[in-house]
Design a protein. Structure first.
Length: 371
């Protein structure tokens, strides 16, 4: 769940569930293009749904053919849960999904069939794995912590307290790097926004230190390329603007950029950043696109080879996710539109040409994973 978009509108939607349910139909009748895209991509598209409405879902995009409500089709009579935040392919046989308001991590096979769930991880957010049989999950509960799950038993075997409301998490060389937000500061008023990255020993689950980035509210999923980590800093949405922090996890040195990377992915030795900066002063979102080259850390406006897609992205109502396939190099961008309507996914070629637009039967398409 995007706290600064879905959560705010969900408070209103909770008291007008009937109206919201009616609005799930698409706002127009523009069909999906009939010709499947000629590539080898098999992607899962995670749709958050709406907070409190138990309508999280997964769509499958297989060689250009879209199957909506794929999880429900593979598991008749079951629901994915309430407000799905993250999805991670752990290995060739296991996919993990954090379901925030259901307080579970759901596990499925690559064919979509449900296996099991880890329960009682309240307000869970983002996922990482060490590739050695453990999964790590951030949680906003209990002042902020990371849970360590043994994937053989699906049980929580240890926890570590970090900063308030931890978000993105990455594993590197035996350590976890956890972006702290303090995102509930305006609601609870018992703490301020965080600006630190917690470094945790993954084996002992003890916090080693905190890296002070000097940037407020390290909100959202992180993107990782080898030892590099891209972290969005949302600011306070009043007078402190958003920034992007790129951290070298090997040296723990970092560089700060004066643009947002709300939706970011790593591909081809670059970070591709789609920024969504909200201002309470104007009541509007400002969108931007940037590329950061690695290891030079040189930043440029636009999406490099995909620059032709910039104008299409600028025309979207609410860009909500960005992903580049490691197989086809096609870029996928979702549009959540009104956050209570079925979303779109746009597919672009490696040169940024628009190939397809897919109409989802799911709300707030926020994450992609390649099978």
């Amino acid at each position: 769940m995007n706290i600064y978009k879905s959560f705010l509108c969900a408070l209103c939607l909770l008291f007008s569930a009937l109206l919201a349910a009616c609005s799930l139909e698409p706002a127009d009748d523009t069909p999906t293009k009939g010709e499947p895209t000629a590539n080898d991509d098999r992607l899962l598209i995670l749709c958050e749904g709406l907070w409190g409405m138990n309508n999280a879902s997964i769509s499958l995009l297989d060689h250009g053919v879209l199957t909506n409500q794929w999880f429900q089709q593979q598991n008749p009579g079951e629901r994915l849960g309430d407000t799905a935040n993250d999805i991670l392919q752990v290995n060739d046989t296991l996919i993990a999904i954090s379901v925030n308001w259901s307080n579970i991590v759901q596990y499925i096979r690559p064919d979509g069939t449900a296996i099991a769930a880890t329960e009682n991880i309240p307000n869970n957010r983002r996922l990482a794995t060490d590739g050695r049989g453990f999964l790590y999950v951030t949680s906003y509960a209990d002042h902020g912590y990371v849970a360590k799950i043994d994937l053989h038993t699906k049980l929580v075997v240890d926890t570590c307290h970090v900063g308030y409301e931890p978000e993105g998490i990455a594993y590197y060389d035996g350590r976890l790097y956890v972006a702290n937000t303090g995102g509930y500061s305006t609601q609870t008023q018992d703490h301020g926004y965080e600006q630190t990255v917690s470094v945790v020993d993954a084996q002992t689950m003890r916090e080693l230190r905190r890296i002070d980035t000097g940037c407020k509210n390290l909100y959202g999923a992180v993107a990782k390329w080898r030892e590099w980590l891209c972290i969005n800093a949302a600011g306070d949405m009043y007078n402190t603007p958003p920034h992007t922090v790129v951290l070298n996890m090997a040296s723990e040195e970092f560089r700060v950029y004066d643009f947002a990377s709300t939706y970011c992915c790593a591909a081809q030795g670059r970070f591709y950043c789609l920024g969504s900066a909200y201002s309470h002063l104007t009541g509007k979102y400002a969108y931007s696109t940037h590329t950061i080259a690695l290891p030079s850390l040189a930043a440029s406006e636009g999406l490099a080879d995909y620059a032709a897609a910039d104008s299409v992205i600028a025309s979207m109502q609410s860009p909500y996710a960005l992903y580049i396939s490691p197989f086809s190099a096609h870029m996928y961008v979702s549009d959540a539109r009104a956050y209570a309507t079925n979303g779109y996914v746009y597919e672009f070629s490696p040169t940024g040409a628009l190939l397809n637009r897919y109409l989802l039967r799911g709300v707030n398409p926020s994450r992609f994973v390649a099978l």
